[in-house]
Design a protein around this ligand. Structure first.
Ligand SMILES: *Cc1c(COP(=O)(O)O)cnc(C)c1O
Ligand code: SF4
Length: 366
């Protein structure tokens, strides 16, 4: 079925279908070459070759955000031959598997763990750093969830659990409830975080029923993932408002992507718009060195330039931490544009946001 991006959401809804809207939109996903070849005039054999290695799924809501071929939305979700022609990069750039005491759970930092609870996403992002395994049934199983929960229960130093995947909101409310309920029965788990792209890529998933269910497990935080101002729509705004109204603090983890958002004006606009939908920018990541994603990589200077365009030029709330997740699993390191440009006996030389240098006394004790 070829779908024109001009179709309205309602075109996908059959009135006899009683499933929730988000499930209907997901069933109408583009997953095969045929689903996109007519609309975007792609080279069929090329796309076929890519999706045999890395699955495609673009649900009909997100597909509808594409205005034209190769725009910022298109590049994030439509497969490109570049994914398979370059062998540059690493399968597991953050060494998550070696740092997993049980499959699907990564314990890298002292007090918190990353816990994968779903194999699936509403869109398979072409730049994904877990693209080697998302969309595969074996990524997360009932057994890995059971083992992960048991690990957390037995490790009282874990005070912060990050649910991720895949996308945790691809689970049904009941399955998610069961996991959250288990976690909340462990006295040492102080906070729960959910990392999900659903508010951006399938905002219809965020119903009041879901938000009300999640609000039973406070303090619960959601970090979502918007990469471009065109992703902020009436639907995604409503999803974020629904979560915020249920007391869930919202953060955003954006990834810097060549040809999508590697531009100071785009990022500034995105960060400002996120605040209008009650989402606080949290991280801006340098893209991980994952195999199949090298066409998205940007020079490190680009991120520094973008950050220098935020500090002082717009609200401090708009400035996320610009960070590299070090290859090999050494963790996230914030990278900050240089503001201290020198030092004399009694002063630091500090550059302000407009480039003027000021002397600031060191105030050393005599
Ligand atoms: C990113 C990440 C975390 C969380 O890091 P914060 O800086 O606390 O957001 C925890 N564990 C792993 C393995 C991670 O990759
Ligand atoms: S939603 Fe997240 S985990 Fe899923 S494909 Fe996109 S980046 Fe990867």
């Amino acid at each position: 079925m070829a779908q024109s991006s001009e179709h309205k959401l309602t075109d996908f809804i059959r009135h006899s279908d009683r499933r929730p809207l988000w499930k209907q939109l997901l069933s109408a996903s583009a997953t095969r070459v045929d689903d996109i070849s007519a609309t975007f005039e792609v080279k069929r054999a090329e796309i076929q070759r890519v999706i045999e290695r890395y699955p495609m799924r673009v649900n009909s809501y997100y597909l509808g955000l594409i205005r034209q071929k190769n725009d910022a939305i298109y590049r994030q979700c439509i497969p490109s031959l570049e994914e398979v022609i370059s062998e540059e990069g690493l399968d597991d750039p953050l060494n998550e598997e070696a740092m997993s005491p049980v499959p699907g759970l990564t314990h890298r930092y002292p007090d918190r763990v990353l816990f994968l609870v779903s194999s699936y996403c509403a869109v398979y992002c072409r730049f994904c750093n877990r693209k080697r395994k998302v969309g595969r049934r074996s990524m997360v199983t009932p057994q890995t969830i059971k083992d992960g929960l048991e690990y957390i229960r037995n490790h009282s130093e874990i005070r912060d659990v990050l649910l991720s995947g895949g996308d945790p909101l691809m689970l049904d409310n009941k399955d998610l409830y069961d996991i959250l309920n288990e976690l909340r029965s462990m006295g040492h788990v102080e906070i729960i975080r959910i990392g999900t792209r659903a508010p951006c890529t399938l905002p219809q998933r965020v119903t009041s029923e879901l938000a009300a269910m999640l609000s039973n497990f406070h303090p619960l935080y959601i970090n979502t993932h918007f990469n471009h101002p065109d992703e902020i729509t009436p639907e995604s705004s409503l999803a974020c408002r629904t979560l915020a109204d249920y007391g869930i603090p919202l953060g955003c983890q954006t990834v810097l992507l060549k040809g999508v958002n590697d531009d100071p004006v785009i990022i500034k606009t995105l960060m400002q718009k996120l605040l209008t939908i009650r989402v606080r920018p949290y991280y801006l990541f340098q893209a991980d060195l994952a195999k199949g994603t090298s066409h998205f990589w940007t020079p490190l200077d680009k991120g520094l330039e973008i950050m220098a365009g935020l500090y002082g030029h717009t609200s401090g709330l708009c400035a996320p931490h610009f960070a590299i997740d070090l290859p090999g699993g050494a963790g996230k390191v914030p990278i900050i544009p240089e503001h201290i440009v020198g030092k004399d006996d009694a002063h630091l030389l500090i550059r302000d946001y407009q480039g003027q240098v000021h002397r600031y006394p060191l105030m050393r004790r005599k």
